[in-house]
Ligand binder design. Sequence first.
Ligand SMILES: [Zn+2]
Length: 224
Amino acid sequence: MPAISSNKPYRIGRSRTGLGLFATRPIKKGTRIIRYFGPLLDCNKEKDDAIENKYLFSLTNRWTIDGSVRANIARYINHSCRPNAESDVKPIKRKVYIVAIKNIEPGEEINYDYGTEYFKEYIKPIGCLCAACVKKRKKLRAEARAEKQRLKARAERKAKKQAERLAQEKAKQAQKAKQDAQAKRKHAARKQLHGGYLSGAGPHKVRAVQRDTALRTRGGQASV
Ligand SMILES: [Zn+2]
């Protein structure tokens, strides 16, 4: 790790993403904290244009700072979507400074927004680990958990209601079966009581007997 003079208000320390730059003294909003520096690359030169690393800082369409050199302490500053510092680019002087945009307390990590292009290329694919994004993801996860719980509770309520309905339906069916059996029993008892009617020994015979009498009467008349 490169040595940092004790009169600087920062130190290199462990951060969520590996190493980061942390304030060791209060840094007032607007303070120029550190310069981001390294060899200047000219994209018109094939050799320069071929250089590719995560520490390239575009100054203009033509000039880029290669900040991958060890002495460039500013390269330890991590990206944040809600930063407390920003890059102040001086294209004519071909210099970049990191400036506090908030009052920074000792122990606080110093961050700046790396910009959309860098974010899309390097951060988005692995997921941003800045405090704001971690907090946001935590909140989203908690919300998802709560939603899952809500859905589970709703499904349980629904299943319970369905079971209750089914039990009611079963009870109704049992009641009906009981009533049907009772009715059958009553019917059978009635059948025994008025058994004569249904065995053919009832009014039919009486009527037949009467018919016989009538025929006989008529016959009687004919014979007279
Ligand atoms: Zn973020």
